[in-house]
Write a protein that binds this ligand. Structure first.
Ligand code: NAP
Length: 321
């Protein structure tokens, strides 16, 4: 079987078109939706994400405010900035970009965000609502997975509710920002939900769970952790992982760094190509799954649109106040 590719870029473009129309309606009604990012220090990944948010805000006509504090900022200074973002009517949604430096605790920042502007569902209040099955702002990455799944199933002429109810869905990874909320989102849709993580792997039980899944969601950060032996024939596979790897020119093994020789064959990697891959071995798993998201061009493409959608929801709610 050759899996159908769930095209994240095409689905992101569809969602964007819908959101641009909604944004025009909101602006006509007097709202001015915008996102603020909050960064402390100069973490590379956080900086890349910040740039991506600024770019899509500019492209869609959403407002954007950048708050970047120096790495030695105190917790009080960071909290004061969050309070100013809470008060700013041009900021509908606030996105804290972690990691923060050690003197700034995540919870001090997150607990200060106005729950009505918490568009990536970090605040315990919004996580609580998600747990109760009443999410106001479901977190962007798990929402992107669900959006891809729903649109794929609809494109196949399937009834989404019927497909999810009772389906065996295995989520690999239990981080607070991806795995755990993903499990809650599908549990809320009445899927039979299994969450596996590093301790599952350590007991040698990962394949037992992943290969029983009708729908497999992998959010781990380990390149090609999941191969065909861990996937059920005909499963739908959503790969959240984004891993920069060095491909050995001699044996094709994925390595983490150019500085060391290839971990398998010892070849010199100093001139080797860098590549972005997922947590799933896309080529090999494609031969067994019925549908799969690629990396890049899968979940990551839709994540920003989910953030934009939540921001519009927040702006609409703020308009009513
Ligand atoms: P994280 O906080 O590092 O969490 C990784 C999870 O994977 C943890 O629950 C960990 O379990 C589990 N894990 C690690 N090694 C494992 C193994 N060998 N077997 C089974 N489980 C294992 O990462 P994250 O923030 O959730 O992100 C996960 C991946 O998604 C990363 O590659 C990240 O870059 C990517 N990501 C993509 C998007 C997107 O929009 N596409 C957004 C966010 C993140 P323990 O906690 O028990 O160690």
């Amino acid at each position: 079987m050759a899996a159908k590719i769930i095209d994240g870029k095409a689905i992101a473009a569809e969602v964007r078109e819908e959101l641009v129309k909604e944004l025009a309606e909101l602006k006509a009604a007097g709202a001015n939706p915008g996102i603020a990012t909050l960064m402390v220090g100069d973490d590379f990944g956080a900086g890349m994400y910040r740039g991506a948010v600024e770019k899509f805000c500019g492209e869609m006509g959403l407002g954007y405010r950048n708050e970047t504090l120096p790495a030695d900022a105190t917790e009080e200074q960071v909290v004061a900035v969050v309070k100013s973002l809470n008060e700013d009517p041009a900021v509908s949604g606030i996105l804290p970009l972690r990691p923060f430096p050690p003197q700034v605790s995540d919870s001090a920042v997150i607990n200060t965000i106005d729950v009505g502007k918490d568009v990536d569902c970090f605040h315990p209040f919004n996580m609580g609502k998600l747990t109760l099955g009443e999410p106001t702002y479901p977190p962007a990455t798990p929402s992107a997975c669900l959006e891809l799944l729903e649109r794929y199933l609809k494109s196949e002429g399937k009834d989404v509710t019927a497909e999810l109810e009772g389906a065996e869905i295995c989520v690999v990874g239990h981080s607070n920002i991806v795995g755990k909320p993903m499990a809650l989102l599908v549990l809320n849709r009445n899927a039979t939900t299994t969450v596996s993580h590093v301790f599952t792997s350590n007991r040698g039980n990962l394949a037992k769970h992943t290969s029983a899944a009708d729908i497999l969601v992998v959010a781990v950060g380990v390149p090609h952790l999941i191969g065909p032996d861990q996937v059920k024939e005909g499963a739908i596979v959503l790969d959240v992982g984004i891993n920069r790897v060095i491909v050995c020119p001699e044996c094709g093994t994925l390595n983490r760094s150019k500085k060391n020789p290839c971990k398998k064959c010892g070849a010199d990697l100093s001139e080797a190509q860098q590549k972005t891959v997922g947590d799933v071995d896309f080529e090999a798993v494609s031969a067994k799954a019925s549908a799969i998201t690629p990396v890049p061009g899968g979940v990551g493409s839709v994540t920003n649109m989910m953030l934009a959608r939540n921001t519009l929801r927040a702006a609409r709610a703020q308009l009513k106040k």
